[in-house]
Ligand binder design. Structure first.
Ligand code: FUB
Length: 363
């Protein structure tokens, strides 16, 4: 299959590049037919991009992948990240910048390892970086760090967020100013070990193992006014099929695995997430931040590399999907962030995106 680069003529491409330099962000198309887009940066390896606009500039809060020598396994032993470096660019895609280290695991008293997928939010002059890390007992918790600049440096809170667990925090600030934290991930993200309400250190390393049971669900909590803690008891977010039935554990193409993300379009809330071992991004819709959400379809087909993790961002009138693959390294734990355009159809659905056209994606 041809990618978008080859489906448009060269003169059109030149026009699109010149429009880009005049204002509107446009995706960077890859001359390699296996990939739709080019990596945003190549100085460092970056993954799990959470994109936001702050002060008329796009900031991307990403995992900073490194080679640690960890042997790949189903718990993510090969992802041993130790710091965060924020990426940013102008709204037209110019001046792409890799900022200095904004937070190191050594700076966080409670955190011992695994700076996995982060997100950020802004309120009243302060930027908040939300991140997962393993504590001294090897349990994933969520932390918050603050800064007066979007790129940091960030000052961490001395303790993890009370009652937090698992991975992949994503903070959504609704139109009324209410902020919600979405999070969770199974397998290496440990969510299956919290099904009883407390951490089971001998719990399963994977799904709960009961195929016909409802799948494990992502979590949500409203954030406190100071953005530093949960303001309420954590709730599970239901993901239903179109008949109103829960998506089941055995439904690997549709069940939640990790990487929850929320955006709103025409009053509808879109919960998108990774299906993990089936390598898809999926999306479901609801009419309020807590759900229930009804499964709608695939958001992005598998990328090159095992993980598929993303965010969405509206720049002007155009929606973008920020995602990652492994084009530069060919290794699943050394990823690179990219972005592409998408649109919502008249009926609110989103056509599945395809950003990888090769066939060596599962490694
Ligand atoms: O980057 C480490 C982990 O890989 C993330 O937390 C997951 O979402 C997956 O992308």
């Amino acid at each position: 299959m041809l990618n978008k680069f080859f489906s448009i003529s060269l003169p059109l491409l030149l026009i699109s590049v010149s429009i880009s330099s005049c204002g509107q962000l446009s995706e960077q198309l890859n001359p390699n037919p296996d990939f739709l887009n080019t990596p945003l940066v190549s100085e460092i390896f970056t993954a799990d991009p959470s994109a936001h606009i702050f002060n008329d500039r796009i900031y991307i809060y990403a995992s900073h992948d490194i080679e640690s020598g960890g042997i790949e396994d189903d718990s993510g032993n090969h992802f041993n990240m130790i710091d965060y470096q924020v990426l940013s660019m102008n709204l037209d895609g110019s001046d792409v910048t890799v900022h200095p280290v904004g937070l190191s695991v050594d700076d966080v008293p409670w955190a011992k390892s695994k700076f996995w997928a982060p997100d950020a939010a802004y309120k009243d002059g302060t930027y908040y970086l939300y991140y997962p890390a393993k504590d001294a007992d090897n349990i994933f918790r969520l932390g918050v760090a603050t800064s007066d600049k979007p790129e940091g440096p960030f000052t961490p809170q001395p303790e993890p967020m009370k009652d937090s667990y698992s991975i992949d925090p994503a903070v959504y600030v609704d139109d009324d100013g209410s902020a919600y934290i979405y999070y969770g991930g199974i397998w290496g993200g440990q969510l299956q070990r919290w099904e009883s309400g407390s951490y089971d250190e001998n719990g399963s390393l994977k799904d709960m193992g009961i195929p016909d049971n409802p799948a494990i669900l992502p979590r949500i909590a409203k954030l406190s006014d100071d953005m530093l803690e949960f303001a309420e008891e954590v709730k599970q977010i239901e993901i239903l099929d179109k008949n109103g039935n829960p998506i089941l554990t055995k439904d690997l193409d549709r069940r939640f695995f990790e990487a929850p993300w929320i955006h709103k379009h025409n009053g509808t809330y879109y919960l998108s997430y990774s299906t993990g071992d089936t390598h898809l991004l999926a999306y479901a819709t609801g009419d309020n931040p807590y759900g229930p959400f009804t499964y709608q379809g695939v958001l992005n087909e598998p990328v090159q590399g095992w993980t598929n993790h993303h965010s969405t961002l509206k720049v002007g009138n155009q929606w973008f999907l920020f995602y990652h693959d492994t084009e530069i390294s060919g290794k699943t734990h050394l990823r690179n962030v990219k972005f592409t355009t998408f649109k919502h159809n008249e009926d609110g659905t989103i056509d599945p995106m395809k950003t990888y056209f090769g066939n060596d994606w599962r490694f």
